[in-house]
Write a protein that binds this ligand. Structure first.
Ligand code: NAD
Length: 361
């Protein structure tokens, strides 16, 4: 059997390392490209069976048409979210698989790392002592013990974050649109999160409904000095309202691993450029704001799981005609989703696909 050919877009050094390691015995042919997948770069995938993409590759209808025209059967996302794929347009044309979970610990631990850095001013102290400035003025922090953490989204990552907060002796309250039954999680209405929390951490997906859930009105309800932690998706926060909240001294600190306009800047080195995004530049200039570049997932363990699951998804799909990690636009509405157990989202045969049929479903 010929090797499956994968064209890998937006490849970074750490991606290459983990995927080369996961691709033991070179069982798949993986061609790595640094460029993102777009209308202009699609043709690099000519002759491939699948493309492998990440969070900021823009898989719009035109890209899908070109991929389908080239008889590429699979878009393998090496991430959990699929908001960058026009899944509705892809339906019936090209299958989409993702990595639903790789390490909730990576993200939850990064959220706590940001929080500790912020409240103990580690980012300031690090710079001072490198400059032999051993003064403590302006570095006063506060104890996390006894403070109230409000956690929004109590799925895989939110729950790990709750456990970490409890380990610090914090009181935890939580809000979830779909609260989990049979847990000890202390669910409260959203307004109570805004009103009672000293720290608010976001661990829910971005949807049309919760876009800009942090806005001027919700900030007005928050405690003075609240610390906002966002490791979820940038557009949960209206950034202009956040800047205003910080200027008014209402928001005490913000720790952002994600940013609503991140696709223009994150993952790239602009250290020799003038940053065009004034809002981001303003945020970064503030002493009580810490920005990391969508880095929360980046641990050895998460990279290994991402690479292993992505390759398993691809091999399972081409061997059996389905992957358990396939997604389509119907997935969020479980009631209308036609996917049966172990069947693809569309055209599912469940029948083992011969090599000659590779391009037929
Ligand atoms: P999950 O699906 O396990 O949990 C999400 C939770 O959010 C669920 O309990 C769900 O009921 C809840 N939810 C859905 N809509 C909501 C709403 N409108 N309001 C409140 N809660 C709502 O997901 P997860 O694995 O815990 O990931 C959470 C989020 O973390 C992802 O959606 C993604 O945006 C983000 N993430 C970020 C990184 C990173 O590197 N920064 C990496 C992975 C995931």
């Amino acid at each position: 059997m010929n090797k499956l050919k994968i064209t890998f877009f937006d490849a970074k050094d750490y991606d290459r390392d983990s995927f080369v390691r996961a691709n033991s015995e070179d069982r798949l042919e993986i061609n790595f490209f640094e460029t993102r997948l777009s209308e202009d770069t699609c043709r690099l995938a000519e002759g491939a069976d699948a493309v492998c993409v990440f969070v900021n590759d823009d898989i719009n209808s035109r890209v899908i048409d070109i991929l389908a025209e080239m008889k590429i059967k699979l878009i393998a996302l090496r991430c959990a979210g699929y908001n960058n794929v026009d899944v509705e347009y892809a339906y019936g044309k090209i299958h989409v698989v993702r990595v639903p979970a790789y390490s909730p610990y990576a993200v939850a631990e990064h959220a706590m790392a940001l929080l500790l850095t912020s409240v103990r001013r580690i980012h300031k102290a690090y710079i001072r002592t490198r400059d032999f400035n051993f003064s403590l003025n302006g570095l006063t922090g506060f104890d996390l013990h006894g403070k109230t953490a409000g956690v929004i989204g109590t799925g895989k990552i939110g729950r790990v974050f709750i456990d970490i907060c409890k380990g610090f002796g914090m009181n935890v309250i939580a809000y979830d649109k779909y609260p989990a039954a049979g847990t000890e999680i202390n669910y409260v209405p959203l307004d109570e999160i805004w009103e009672k929390s000293d720290i608010i951490s976001f661990h829910c997906p971005l949807t049309d409904e919760n876009r800009h859930m942090v806005n001027a009105a919700s900030i007005a309800k928050m405690k003075k000095g609240v610390v906002l932690l966002n490791t979820s998706r940038g557009a949960l926060i209206d950034t202009e309202a956040l800047v205003e909240g910080i200027k008014l001294r209402k928001v005490g600190a913000a720790c952002l691993d994600v940013y609503e306009e991140e696709s223009n800047v994150f993952f790239h080195d602009y250290s020799n450029h003038i940053v065009e995004d004034d809002t981001l530049a303003r945020l970064i200039s503030m002493p009580n704001v810490i920005v990391t570049s969508h880095q929360a997932f980046l641990t050895e363990e998460a990279l290994k799981n991402i690479a292993d699951t992505t390759l398993e998804n691809i091999e399972e799909f081409f061997a059996n005609g389905y992957s358990k990690n396939e997604v389509c636009y119907k997935c969020p509405e479980v009631k209308t989703c036609g996917q049966e157990h172990n069947k693809g989202c569309f055209n599912a045969t469940g029948v083992k696909t011969e090599e000659k049929d590779r391009n037929t479903f």
